[in-house]
Design a protein. Sequence first.
Length: 277
Amino acid sequence: MVKKLKIKFKIIEYFNFISYTNNDYQYQKCIMKNKDKIIILTGGSRGIGHATSKKFWDDGWTVITFSRSEVAPKCPWSNNTQLHFQVDLENQISLDKTLLDLHKVLEGRPVKALINNAAVSPKNSNNNRLSFTDTDLSLWRQVFNVNFFAPIIISQSIINNLKLAKGVIINVTSIASDNVHQFAGPAYATSKAALKSLTREMASDLANEGIRVNAIAPGEIETSMITPDSKKMLTEKIPMKRFGTPDEVAGVIHSMCSDTFSYVNGTEIQINGGQTV
């Protein structure tokens, strides 16, 4: 006897966003405004990811985002429909399911850009940096699953789509990749250092396929995670005496995905106001 499965969908509409959610994944109906310019971005719900999504939308791209949360209820886009997958990048089963759903949406189409932006940085109960001795192995695994292994899994999954477009992969590393940071612990720092090294290897291996791979290393950027005390403390260390904005980082990412950067490959661009000079 075959049982009929009833899937309850929740419909969320913010401006022109239409989101269909069941217990396993979130899938948004997408009207692809430009099938030749598709970008996939992880960590697209806030901060740098959110600003980058908007930047590419404004330039007419079809944007597909991955994040742990649903689409923000006050989304700034008013004339487009975004395709968003709610996924836990730490959980490979969740990620594998989402990638299957992604390919159903892509239907073999070329992907022009992949931005591996999502990251986690664990803190202690006082929201301070976790030291080497305070970071247990489970946390190391969690951080590396999101910050390092998820970019590998996603990149490998859509490699054929990137080949078709002679696309671009941008890995978001960090100022903490090369310097001990007072608010970023060793698990976060080493995962970003590994991603920086991976960028070089990917750039070398994929160049013959027409795929460019670069990285950006943001420094201190204005986001909701910054406290007034930490901002004051860190601003003094920046030659420009201010934090960067998510829009400034998004602008660099957008340029790196254009023909202006067509001969740039295997490079990490520092976005830190001269903090590492």
